[in-house]
Design a protein around this ligand. Structure first.
Ligand code: DCP
Ligand code: MG
Ligand code: MN
Length: 338
């Protein structure tokens, strides 16, 4: 986690941060993104404090800490723990919820529904529930998809895709993005961007199908997976890949990007998600719109800040230029953690 303040032994709020981090992980696990984000922000604020925050009244004065988090901070200092966390750990329906949320292709509403129905184990799900093809694979490869992938293995998956892509066109450029580009030591999945200098969307159409077919043919790809989230315009592919000699199937995402959108795609798919959110918010405050295709100006927004028009593209090709235009100092991928 990036932060500018003191950490480790020297931080006077170490214990508070520890407990809040556990709570944050819990919310991340139960896919409660808003709570997870507010905890992350509060933790970052605490990491920057030079003195120990003891009372809710003090905590409330700090950035990103609201009244309820402030109360929790005081409770931790007073009792050395957070009662809410103890409850969460003991709640058996939550254990099942977490379990089900770990299945690829299962979102919060379906997981809740299964818990309500009384399902408790993966065996219940396997035998008593009608699953989509992707969810079935998600259950069968539950362990595989839920363990982190060592960095050097991620690189080998990237190299394999690279080798096969070069057979189609040696000028194709591949880059492993996501958490790998941020330099983390293990990744949740493998995110690969494919582009080519000068290539437009039309030129690239059909490429993904051809690449996927070849990667299946050599036994590297094991299955395709569908997400219900987001529209699919044929530029993205989700599935699983496997290296010889490694037992696990790994989650892999391939995306084909026109050259003109390379910079915006780099920015988007490097993440992390919270960093992206803050960049988009910043862009919208400055009258721009930012997405994985580019930075746009003259975006017309409705009363709830929803986009009514896409606007005119001001930059898409150059990642650094997007920072420049937005007037924020460039951040290396390693620094893009909120
Ligand atoms: N992304 C985003 N918002 C989302 C999902 C993804 O902005 N809701 C972007 C930022 C992510 C990138 O796409 O960094 C890749 O998505 P992943 O889900 O693969 O996340 P990471 O690669 O960052 O982490 P992990 O190691 O868990 O794969
Ligand atoms: Mg990833
Ligand atoms: Mn991914």
């Amino acid at each position: 986690q990036k932060n500018d303040g003191k950490q480790g032994e020297g931080n006077p709020n170490l214990r508070t941060i520890e407990v809040l981090s556990e709570m944050q992980k819990y919310y991340e696990m139960t896919k409660d993104q808003w709570r997870s984000i507010s905890y992350r922000k509060a933790i970052n604020t605490l990491k920057k404090q030079e003195k120990k925050i003891v009372f809710a009244s003090e905590a409330k004065q700090l950035a990103n800490i609201g009244p309820s988090l402030a109360e929790k901070i005081e409770e931790i200092v007073r009792t050395d723990r957070l009662q809410k966390l103890d409850y969460a750990k003991l709640d058996p329906t939550d254990v099942a919820l977490k379990l089900f949320l770990g299945i690829y292709g299962v979102g919060p509403s379906l997981a809740h529904q299964w818990v309500q129905t009384g399902h408790k184990t993966l065996e219940d799900i396997k035998t008593k529930v009608k699953l989509s093809e992707s969810q079935r694979i998600g259950v069968d490869h539950y362990e595989d998809f839920n363990c982190r992938i060592p960095r050097e293995e991620v690189k080998r998956h990237g190299d394999t895709v690279m080798r096969i892509a070069a057979l189609i066109d040696p000028a194709l450029e591949l880059e492993v993005l996501g958490s790998y580009r941020r330099g983390v030591k293990d990744c949740g999945d493998i995110d690969i961007m494919i582009t080519k200098e000068g290539a437009d969307a039309h030129w690239l159409s059909g490429l993904l199908d051809e690449l996927v077919e070849k990667l299946f043919a050599v036994g590297f790809l094991k299955c395709g997976l569908t997400t219900f989230r987001g529209r699919d315009d044929g530029s993205k592919w989700h599935g699983a890949s496997k290296l010889l000699g490694v037992p696990q199937w790994r989650r892999i995402d391939l995306l084909v990007v026109p050259w003109d959108e390379r910079g915006a795609a780099l920015l988007y798919f490097t993440g992390n998600d919270i960093f992206n959110r803050s960049m988009r918010l910043l862009a919208s405050k400055k009258g721009y719109g930012l997405n994985q295709r580019g930075l746009f100006k003259d975006v017309i927004r409705g009363p709830r800040r929803e986009k009514l028009t896409e606007g005119t593209k001001v930059e898409g090709r150059d990642e650094k230029r997007i920072f420049e235009i937005l007037g924020v100092p460039y951040r290396t991928p390693e620094e893009r953690i909120c």
